[in-house]
Design a protein around this ligand. Structure first.
Ligand code: HEM
Length: 457
């Protein structure tokens, strides 16, 4: 129960000036990231705005992130908007489940994502990358978002299901893309129509979900029948047991496998797409990266063991995810009244943590708008406040695939840098946006020209 004395001694949460009825609906619709950045800059560590009648609190300090995502993690869940978008597709998989089920599943699955385990996938990542770049003709124009999506989709398809045909042209790949598009639609609509309404989009989505369910069930049954001990994730999920020795239900396995697929490719593709853009805009940094890769690899394909000797390559990737973090926001809803530092939140209040805004704070990252991989030199990284860099979130729901993603991005950059150079096609408008996608990507795509490099020896 709140006393009058406590309530008055608490600092007020600053609110931005906005339309009395619609709040900031229009600004959000026009340019979400620019709007969120302006809220953060106007309000500081915490600020309030409205989307229609719904109030949102933007948390923008490392201390408040720690309080919400770590200290009070159990006082929040992901809330109605996230559940409504993800559950029709991913059911109760790791991303969209809550409470005891989430804890149990996370515990079962975490060991398979530890670095010593995922090392086994390094070779697959490099092989697929080598294959992709061989198809790129010298002088060709590429849509980088599309190329990076196709590449990360094929990698995750192999790692998860040991299938080689997971492309948009395959019926499974196409169904997955339709399901992804549905999640995007729900996230980007303020008043989406329920899935059982007879619209063309809903009909296609239901068809895609049925196909996914059938194909996943078939893969599960085939794996069981063959008794194979594969090291793809589907086999790992089939073998997994909880503390009482119980296996997951088939439905849970399907939800988890689809979750890993969805969470595991568009994000990494977005990170790589922005990295190529930033490199093309900064020829000196691009050259330094090429020098590191050429001198360490001498024309060989990279392996996991090479990564420790390619530190600048990793700094480039991390810095790119600082300026353009793939996930636009971590959204949570308070399950009960909760105090975050000096601020009091009511039950049902929605908070947003936006890596894009927090990672552009000048007191955390000097000269924050500049692409500067030196922000991640070991001595500079060690000085960062703990929750100032959040591309993978934080706390008990931190991205389970973070080592996987960093290893994949690190290997792909090294493998591609030594074969090809990308340059920007002139006259493009590059605006970061997540209107039609789950992740932050260039609104009008990113067209680049590919130039094949002479083989370095
Ligand atoms: C650059 C690539 C990636 C980025 C930026 C990223 C980002 C994130 C973020 C921010 C979250 C937390 C969301 C929240 O707390 O609301 C998350 C969760 C998750 N990610 Fe990733 N992710 C990436 C790659 C991957 C990969 C490769 C996989 C799997 C192979 C994966 C699987 C997951 C799963 C299953 C969750 C839910 C974890 C849980 O709630 O316990 N992600 N990711």
């Amino acid at each position: 129960m709140e006393t009058g004395v406590e309530a008055t001694s608490r600092p007020e949460i600053p609110a931005i000036k906005e339309h009395s009825l619609l709040g900031s609906l229009e600004s959000m619709r026009r340019d979400r990231l620019a709007f969120l950045l302006s809220v953060a800059r106007q309000t500081g560590d915490i600020g309030s705005f409205r989307v229609g009648p719904a109030q949102m609190l933007l948390l923008n300090s490392s201390e408040l992130v720690h309080a919400a995502l770590v200290e009070h993690a159990n006082d929040f869940d992901k809330g109605f908007i996230i559940h409504r978008a993800f559950r029709p597709v991913l059911g109760e998989g790791l991303f969209s489940s809550e409470g005891e089920l989430h804890r149990r599943q996370r515990k079962i699955m975490a060991p398979s994502f530890q670095p010593r385990h995922i090392v086994n996938y390094a070779q697959t990542m490099v092989e697929y990358t080598e294959r992709a770049q061989q198809d790129w003709q010298d002088g060709a124009t590429l849509d980088m978002s599309r190329e990076m999506m196709a590449l990360t989709m094929s990698i995750v398809g192999n790692v998860l299901f040991q299938t080689d045909v997971l492309a948009e042209t395959d019926e499974l790949g196409a169904a997955l893309s339709t399901a992804l598009a549905y999640i995007n639609y729900i996230l980007s609509s303020f008043f989406p129509l329920p899935l059982n309404w007879p619209t063309e989009r809903n009909r296609q989505t239901r068809g895609a979900l049925e196909l996914l369910n059938r194909r996943m069930q078939k893969m599960i049954e085939e794996r069981r029948a063959s008794g194979e001990q594969g090291d793809d994730f589907l086999s790992i999920l089939l073998r997994a047991r909880d503390e009482d020795g119980a296996p997951m239900s088939d439905q849970q396995i399907k939800d988890e496998a689809l979750t890993l697929f969805v969470a595991g490719h568009e994000t990494t593709a977005a990170a790589l797409t922005w990295t190529w853009f930033l490199l093309a805009e900064h020829p000196d940094i691009y050259q330094r990266l090429r020098d590191e890769v050429d001198s360490v690899l001498q024309g060989r394909s990279p392996t996991y063991a090479d990564l420790a000797r390619l530190p600048y390559t990793l700094q480039v990737l991390k810095e790119s995810m600082r300026l353009y973090p793939p996930s636009i926001a971590l959204v949570r809803v308070a399950l009960r009244p909760v105090d975050l530092g000096p601020y009091h939140l009511r039950r049902g209040q929605t908070i947003m943590i936006v890596p894009y805004t927090i990672q552009r704070r000048p007191d955390y990252f000097p000269d924050p708008e500049r692409f500067n991989p030196d922000h991640f030199r070991p001595e500079n990284e060690a000085r960062l406040p703990r929750f100032a860099y959040l591309p993978f979130g934080a706390g008990p729901r931190i991205c389970i695939g973070n080592h996987f993603a960093l290893m994949e991005g690190h290997l792909l950059l090294a493998a591609l840098v030594q074969h090809v150079t990308f340059s920007l096609l002139p006259g493009q408008q590059i605006i970061p946006d997540n209107d039609k996608t789950i992740t932050i990507r260039p609104r009008y795509g990113l067209k680049m020209r590919v130039q094949r490099r002479h083989q370095v020896v």
